[in-house]
Design a protein around this ligand. Structure first.
Ligand SMILES: Nc1ncnc2c1ncn2[C@@H]1O[C@H](COP(=O)(O)OP(=O)(O)OP(=O)(O)O)[C@@H](O)[C@H]1O
Length: 770
């Protein structure tokens, strides 16, 4: 019995929003009281079809002196009026009925009169929040008719649902009738059937244990949580919201809390770097995406990074964008603090790819302005501090004035390395993200304004882009869609299915065990297995970072620091044999015959491998390479771009599902490139395409899955250094406007908690084409 329950004796129900509730460690205050003696209980139970014939899932209690049944089945927890069996059998008459997933804790304290029962749960608001003595207790007012997702199912039918169906059903419940969650407590007296009913305590304790087992399934209750709260995130209300809305929920679930309020930039890196990960079951990050970015960098830079990254993380939305929370909780509920807390209490670990970013070290000279970016010392200090220390090299000095473009092709030059979990952007999309900071007060609207301004400017993003599809990449959106479908249906995407979906042999793939997260529901299905949050890595990996590694072609590479080897090289490596430019890439999607808006080259010929498309004809390939080759080597995008956006999570904001086919652990990065050639009109999103994910089917957009890509800002003619106010954003944070290369971090997966075992996106179908 918890300390929170000690001293609680009076029969009461209190239905209070969390902010009006004292800390759980203090004695609860009843809001409505009507003491019922054991004899009155006995009287009510001995009449009619008394509690002796009630099913074991039901407990006869009195709430506010009124007879009631607290009960559960395989899916729901509910409270019914009266003690009759007929009341039990008709759940439609329940006065409170929520998925068991929302039950946080149940406890029972025996006493000479039977005992007290306490149930703490999250629930949508009841019909009326204020108990009214005159009209009887308002808790017992009838709810409105239930939607289909709340309809009772037989136990067999429920357990016959696939993990995907169960997860969808829970999502429908939490987005619909069970949204707008508040913390509730039900305080009740256990009723004696008669004075010599000794069994009641045993029965009550068993009931409490059973409800807990059902409510948590295979998830261990009472998680030990490390919580980071950024008081400066978003609108700056995180501290207050933590105290009033978040902490009470964790305390109600009897989680063990260890809270740090971040005090300065990079504090998150420090905490993660020094954390004793074995002392916690999960880490909650209450801020926006920036603090998660810091935490992941802190964990990934540790010497035991692989182990440290297994500590599951989850966001509590208190920033401005909160993309991470939106992807995990859904666009409707992405800003719900209660749901985020539930995810931290009960979510299951879902392994997700971390991306490695390399940039030339010369882009981060201490105290010197970065070429092409207005000086912002704190930002750049911050990036360098993030563990992105220059890789030492025997032949290098940090020559800040060195031409960044040249550096990108000089393998002996140093580079910095850091990690990204969300997105990378340059050009129009980065301008929208970073260039509208001053309009923060406008909320999401600033992105619309930034987008409109960018479209009007209609400038080319002057970069070279090189991509490497690798065995896990693809340029067929039909194939990507299939992968998402398989992932969601099977609840598991193993190496075999990933590579067969890609039409490529071997390559392994991530065992996305987290996809089974919903398999047990919260009904404790026997077939549900605890997921360990680890991604099955290729067999040749060992746990320790290695100094020597083979690159994708089997060449030995020397890694100068203790971090995992780069599979596709660093930004400072040559992409191929010296003097040979990467071959042109054919951007057209073989599965989508409605060509993207490609501009003809100045001489009127086709650009690259795919210029002048429009007929869907895919049989010409200027370089004569077959599709198999295109999977393996580096290829250059020859088309002028307006922006490039790389990502690992589908939603990048509430209004933009930029990467609908992104999967947490598929070993690939989704890359969306907006073509410059189509002009202003082609850049305008059609209808609801941004929110529905269909934006990737627009003519102005090319969409790829790659294992690695490189972006190299071009030098203007006659310039020796990168200049101009270009923006470059990693996970929404401004970084040096300099070349960057991104690949899926080899051997490093992080673990994120999920209620649904997937990101909250549908399988996006292509638009119908007239
Ligand atoms: N006490 C503090 N004072 C100032 N800055 C802080 C403090 N604690 C953390 N930070 C910094 O605040 C920055 C912003 O945090 P974060 O990105 O999480 O929120 P946001 O920018 O409002 O949200 P989003 O990224 O979702 O738009 C982080 O870079 C973090 O380093």
């Amino acid at each position: 019995m918890s300390a929170a329950d000690q001293g609680h004796r009076g029969p009461a129900i209190s239905v209070l929003p969390p902010h009006s509730r004292p800390a759980a460690s203090t004695a609860p205050t009843a809001t409505a009281t009507a003491t019922a003696s054991s004899s009155s209980n006995a009287a009510s139970l001995n009449g009619g079809d008394g509690h002796a014939i009630l099913p074991p899932q039901s407990l006869a209690v009195s709430i506010e002196g009124k007879p009631a049944l607290v009960s559960y089945d395989h899916e729901f927890f509910f409270v019914l009026r009266g003690h009759s069996r007929s009341a039990y059998s008709d759940q439609s008459k329940a006065y409170l009925r929520v998925p068991l997933a929302l039950v946080l804790h149940t406890s029972f304290i025996a006493d000479s009169d039977g005992g007290s029962l306490l149930v703490r749960l999250l629930s949508p608001p009841l019909q009326s929040s204020a108990p009214s003595p005159a009209s009887g207790f308002s808790f017992f007012k009838k709810p409105k008719a239930s939607p289909a997702c709340m309809a009772s199912m037989s136990e067999d039918a429920y357990h016959a649902l696939t993990p995907q169906q169960r997860s969808q059903r829970l999502q429908q419940q939490l987005e619909g009738p069970c949204s707008n969650l508040r913390l509730f407590r039900i305080e009740a007296r256990i009723a004696h059937a008669s004075r010599d009913d000794d069994d009641v305590e045993v029965k009550a304790q068993r009931w409490v244990d059973d409800v807990m087992a059902k409510a948590y399934g295979d998830v261990k209750p009472f998680r030990r949580l490390k919580i980071l709260v950024n008081p400066a995130g978003g609108p700056g209300k995180a501290r207050q919201l933590y105290d009033s809305r978040v902490r009470p929920i964790f305390e109600a679930a009897l989680c063990k809390l260890d809270v740090t309020f971040t005090q300065y930039r990079l504090h998150g890196v420090e905490v993660a770097r020094d954390l004793d990960v074995d002392s916690y079951d999960a880490m909650a990050v209450m801020s926006g995406d920036g603090l998660i970015h810091e935490v992941l960098n802190g964990l990934a830079k540790r010497s035991d990074a692989k182990r440290a990254l297994r500590l599951p993380l989850a966001p509590i939305p208190a920033g401005s964008g909160n993309a991470s929370a939106i992807n995990l909780l859904g666009v409707e509920q992405g800003f719900s603090l209660a749901l985020a807390c539930l995810n931290i209490i009960k979510g299951r670990p879902m392994p997700a790819d971390l991306l490695t970013v390399t940039q030339p070290a010369s882009a981060f000279p201490p105290g010197t302005p970065i070429p092409g970016v207005p000086a912002q010392p704190s930002k750049f200090k911050r990036r360098a501090d993030m563990g992105a220390a220059p890789v030492p090299s025997s032949t290098t000095t940090t020559r800040a004035s060195e031409d960044a473009a040249l550096m990108a092709d000089a393998p002996s030059k140093p580079f910095v390395r850091y990690y990204s979990f969300l997105s990378q952007s340059i050009g129009l999309m980065a301008d929208i993200d970073l260039g509208t900071e001053s309009m923060r007060a406008l909320g999401d609207t600033r992105f619309l304004i930034g987008y409109a301004a960018g479209v009007l400017r209609n400038t080319e993003c002057e970069v070279d882009v090189d991509v490497k599809l690798g065995l896990r990449g693809s340029k067929s959106k039909a194939e990507m869609r299939e992968r998402v479908r398989k992932f969601q249906q099977a609840g598991r995407l193993d190496g075999a299915s990933a590579s067969s979906a890609a039409g490529a042999g071997g390559g392994g793939g991530g065992s996305v065990a987290g996809a089974t997260a919903a398999s047990g529901g919260f009904g404790g299905s026997p077939d549900s297995a605890q997921v360990d949050g680890t991604r099955q890595e290729d067999g040749d990996e060992d746990d320790s970072a290695t100094e020597w590694a083979r690159d994708a072609f089997g060449n030995l590479r020397f890694e100068r620091d203790a971090e995992p080897p780069l599979r596709h090289g660093a930004v400072t490596d040559a992409l191929g044999p010296e003097g040979v430019p990467p071959r042109p890439f054919d951007l057209r999607d073989p599965s989508w015959p409605h060509s993207i808006a490609l501009a003809p080259a100045a001489d009127g010929s086709r650009r690259g491998g795919g210029g002048g498309g429009g007929d869907g004809d895919n049989d010409d390939n200027d370089n004569g390479d077959d599709a198999g080759d295109e999977m393996l080597g580096w290829y250059r995008i020859r088309e002028p771009l307006a922006s490039l956006y790389g990502g690992k999570l589908p939603w990048v904001g509430r209004d933009l599902m930029q990467f609908p086919y992104a999967l947490p652990g598929d070993g690939a990065i989704d890359v969306a490139m907006m073509m410059h050639g189509g002009g202003r009109l082609s850049k305008l999103p059609e209808g609801d395409s941004a929110e529905s994910g269909r934006v990737i089917y627009q003519r102005a957009l090319a969409y790829l899955k790659v294992e690695a890509y490189r972006v190299t800002p071009r030098l203007r003619e006659g310039h020796r250094r990168l200049k101009g106010g270009g923006m470059c954003s990693i996970d929404g944070e401004k970084v040096a406007y300099a070349p960057f290369q991104v690949e899926v971090a080899h051997g490093l997966t992080y673990s994120v908690l999920s209620l649904y075992g997937r990101y909250c996106v549908p399988v996006v179908e292509p638009p119908s084409v007239k």
